[in-house]
Each structure stands twice: as C-alpha cells, then as structure tokens.
Design a protein around this ligand. Structure first.
Ligand code: PAF
Length: 277
C-alpha cells in the first residue's frame, strides 16, 4: 500500500498499474460504509486507489468543514487490511493551487434537496470528483447509496462529459436500529444517537405505506413529518418523495421513487434515503 500526497506521485504510480483500476473517493474518517465500497472495488478490479480529502469546496460558509472528523492514521490502518494499492492524500494547495478557477456545474439535479439546502455543495463535489477522476483514470468508481443525490449528480456529469467511468452504487450500511452509518454519527451525543433512529423509522414508514398501496405523496409526507415531529431532538430540513432519476418531486408514486430526508439532530445534520419500488 503506497500513500502519496502529490499529483505527480499519484500519476507515476497509476501508470504502473495494469488491468482495471477501481477508485473510492472519500473524505476520510472511514467507517464500515467506506470499507464496503473498498471491499467491493477490491473484488471487481486488478487494483484499487482510495483518496482521502476533506474537500473545502463542498462546504458552505457556516457548515462543519473545520469540525468535520479527521483521523488519517486510523484511516490508513483500516485500509492496510483491505488490499488497497494506492492512497492519495492531497493537501488543499495540491487540489486548489493559486489561480484555480475552473468549476464543474451540473444543472437541474443539483437544484433540489441537498442542493437547495446547501447552495454550492454540488459544484464543490462535482469539481473535486472530476479532478480526481482525471488524476486516477479509473475503470469503475464506487459510491454509497446513502448520498443518493450525489450519485445522481456524478452519474450525470460522467455521462455529459463522456468520462467513460462505470459508476458502482453500494447499498447503505445500517446500525442495528437502522441509522445509516455515516461520518457525522460520531458527532451525536448518547441521547441524540437514540433520537437519530427517527430518520430510518420515517423512511420505513414511507416504504410500508407505499407497499400497502398508498400513492398520494402528500399523505405519505404528512405521516413521515408527524412521526419525526414526535422526536423532540429532531428538526426537519426536508422530507422528499421524488422521481428516482430526475429527483423532481412527485404528486403520486406512479414510478420508481426515492424517499429522502435531511433532519437536524441537535447540531448535527443527518441525511438518509430509501428507494420506493
Ligand atoms: O461522499 C463523499 O465523501 C464526498 O462527497 C466525495 C465524493 C469524496 C467528494 O469529496
């Protein structure tokens, strides 16, 4: 396993790798969800490259960039056991040198949900992922279903810019109470951690109502909202029932849909989603 910090070092190692390269971009503070992506990449490729970079461009003013959890030594230890070939850990100066002024803006699918709540977030994500794709030149890239809108945005970018990279979507890993495993869970105090299970409960309620034949989105959304409001530590940012591909809000569940939500638990904003068949 080689750990490199600069783009020339990364490119030099990349050139020596033969066969297919699988790529897992991360912001570090790795958990089981990331390791599931790495394991999947390991089984499907001749070589695996992982990046660890907390990308300032995808955090808005007043968001948790400074407080985002980081532990590089622990990350490297976790990856050591996974058969990763190269780990890229760039600095901000390496990624955004003085004079940097080119951005990737994906239209439409970035305007809703996370894009509406976090202006500029997806411009930062698309730009850094495009840069990493250019440096790593992978055959396949691995992303978690937990960030469903991010996957829709990056798929759009890959198709529109003819990047020729296969996107592999890996299901969300969950704790025993259903909480989606995520880097921000560490920020929850014990009471908040208990309360955080409300996201999964609301999503499973939506799925159950759908399975029972409820098609009216307003009714499903109202039931989800009233369930979440029973949890005193939870504050809703959004609850969405949208077309699974375009993320346009639906009136009726008459096609593959995605239930998704963002909820503040204390000072921590959590997201989760569930496809509704
Ligand atoms: O999902 C993440 O961790 C980040 O958004 C990503 C894809 C690594 C880009 O910074």
């Amino acid at each position: 396993m080689q750990v490199v910090k600069t783009i020339p070092e990364l490119r030099a190692l990349r050139q020596k790798l033969s066969g297919t390269v699988g790529f897992v971009p991360t912001m570090g503070y790795l958990h089981e969800g990331h390791l599931a992506l790495v394991k999947r990449a390991r089984t499907e490729n001749s070589a695996v490259i992982v990046s660890i970079y907390v990308n300032p461009a995808q955090f808005g003013a007043g968001e948790d960039f400074g407080a985002y959890p980081r532990d590089l030594n622990r990350d490297l230890e976790l990856l050591e056991g996974e058969g990763v070939d190269v780990i890229f850990v760039p600095s901000d100066g390496e990624m955004y040198p003085p004079g940097f002024s080119s951005w990737v803006h994906v239209e439409k699918v970035t305007e809703r949900l996370e894009g509406a709540s976090r202006p500029g977030h997806f411009r930062g994500v698309a730009t850094v992922v495009a840069k990493l794709f250019n440096m790593v030149a992978p055959a396949k890239a691995y992303f978690g279903q937990k960030d469903a809108q991010q996957v829709v945005v990056i798929k759009r970018m890959v198709a529109d810019l003819n990047m020729g990279i296969e996107m592999v979507l890996v299901p969300t890993l969950r704790e025993s109470d259903g909480l989606a495993i995520g880097s921000r869970n560490i920020c929850l105090g014990p009471e908040e951690r208990r309360a955080a299970a409300i996201l999964f409960k609301a999503l499973t309620l939506a799925r159950r109502l759908g399975q029972e034949g409820e098609k009216d989105v307003d009714r499903i959304r109202r039931r989800m909202i009233s369930l979440i409001e029973q949890e005193p530590l939870a504050r809703i940012d959004y609850v969405s029932l949208a077309d699974a591909e375009t993320l346009a809000e639906l009136d009726l569940i008459d096609r593959p849909a995605l239930a998704s939500l963002a909820v503040w638990i204390g000072k921590t904003r959590l997201i989760d989603n569930m496809p509704l068949e």
